[in-house]
Design a protein around this ligand. Structure first.
Ligand code: AMP
Length: 354
């Protein structure tokens, strides 16, 4: 049985965890990533050190791999499409296209019959003022592209927050103003779709953010079974509409009445799904590898309650304490420098009784 090779575009911690899961199922992995000694390449078979849209590197990746996937959503769509003409690329480039721009993402999600916050595209200062007045002076202004971990955002809480200079402050780029959602909690669902169309959903996690970055994911979340079913139904609609293959992460706001407002989707494994490696037999990483390699999906059942905590920047200094805790899985990303806001690792502590 000769080992098949999976190409992974992007060399961060998500690629690292995908490569580790792939190795356990006898797959070889090749990472396309410009940065040397990146977290993923430390545990993969090979690295092609080049930009994500380098034509020569993409041709080489297509030649060497049986299937190519990616670990982040900002892979240029043209590069993914070019690659898809030579080798199987999962998730499909269309998923990248929909997720890269918050405007097309919301239009797509609404088109699936799933509610989002109300929104206006904002392309000028005058446009910002008009959009804000439509939302009573409240809203969250975001860059349409390349925002992550709360970066490229500005919150307007009331008419007292002057919109002056707001458009330029986010860099004179295309923006979106979302209506401000008064949510009770934030959840996410990690779901997978296989090549044959089978869908498997993990339990929704309840997420707490600090400074715009995910801090903890807790299972079970405090939502009702009805709300959980709505999250699964939304995930299935999105996956089916995209003809998706692989794992997706979808974030929602939960309102006081239990209804869901979709916030965003990530066409990849997701930070709020890291708990699955400790509390499920099949992690989101293995599930993604199974899906893109055409293997049967694993059962996403959760065997334990748990809390996943991100280790951001100096949080890593508490490592000795985490290592002393029972039923706690520590996962580090191989990054040497603990800069503020940088994800260094995560820990998942099990609380038995699921
Ligand atoms: P995002 O980058 O879209 O995930 O936003 C980061 C965080 O900002 C979310 O997890 C929420 O806590 C908050 N947020 C984003 N959009 C909204 C919104 N429309 N209304 C209220 N809070 C929001």
């Amino acid at each position: 049985m000769s080992a098949k090779t999976i190409g992974i575009i992007g060399g961060g911690q998500l690629g690292r965890m995908l490569a580790m899961a792939a190795a356990r199922l006898n797959f070889r992995t090749i990472i396309l990533e410009p940065q040397a000694d990146c977290p993923a390449a430390q545990v993969a078979n090979e690295q092609i050190a080049a930009a994500y849209d380098d034509a020569t590197a993409l041709a080489e990746l297509a030649k060497l791999c049986d299937v190519v996937t990616y670990e982040f959503e900002n892979v240029p769509v043209s590069a993914a499409e070019e690659l898809a003409s030579r080798v199987a690329v999962y998730p499909p480039p269309k998923a990248l296209e929909m997720a890269q721009d918050r405007l097309t993402e919301k239009q797509f999600i609404n088109g699936c019959g799933i509610p989002t916050a109300r929104f206006h595209a904002v392309d000028s200062q005058a446009g910002l003022e008009k959009a804000l007045s439509d939302f009573g002076g409240q809203g969250v202004l975001k860059t349409r592209r390349l925002g992550y971990d709360g970066k490229g955002q500005r919150v307007y809480r009331s008419v007292a927050d002057s919109p002056e200079g707001g458009y330029a402050a986010l860099g004179n780029v295309p923006l979106i103003l979302e209506s401000f959602v008064s949510f009770e909690r934030e959840i996410s669902i990690i779901a997978a779709r296989a090549i044959d169309g089978t869908v498997a959903c993990y339990d929704p996690a309840e997420n707490v953010h600090r400074n715009g970055i995910l801090h903890t994911s807790t299972l079970p979340s405090g939502i009702s079974e009805k709300t959980a079913a709505a999250a699964r139904e939304a995930a299935e609609k999105i996956l089916t509409a995209l003809g998706y293959v692989g794992v997706i992460g979808i974030e929602f706001f939960v309102l006081a009445d239990g209804s869901l407002i979709a916030n965003e989707m990530a066409p990849r494994v997701h930070n709020s799904g890291h708990w699955t490696e400790a509390a499920c037999v099949i992690s989101q990483f293995e599930q993604h590898i199974r899906a893109v390699a055409g293997l049967p999906l694993g059962n996403p059942r959760r065997h334990s309650d748990c809390v996943m905590t991100n280790l951001i920047g100096d949080d890593i200094l508490a490592l000795p304490e985490w290592l002393r805790l029972d039923d706690t899985l520590v996962h580090l990303y191989g990054k040497t420098e603990a800069r503020p806001g940088r994800k260094m690792g995560h820990v998942t502590t099990l609380a038995h009784g699921a």
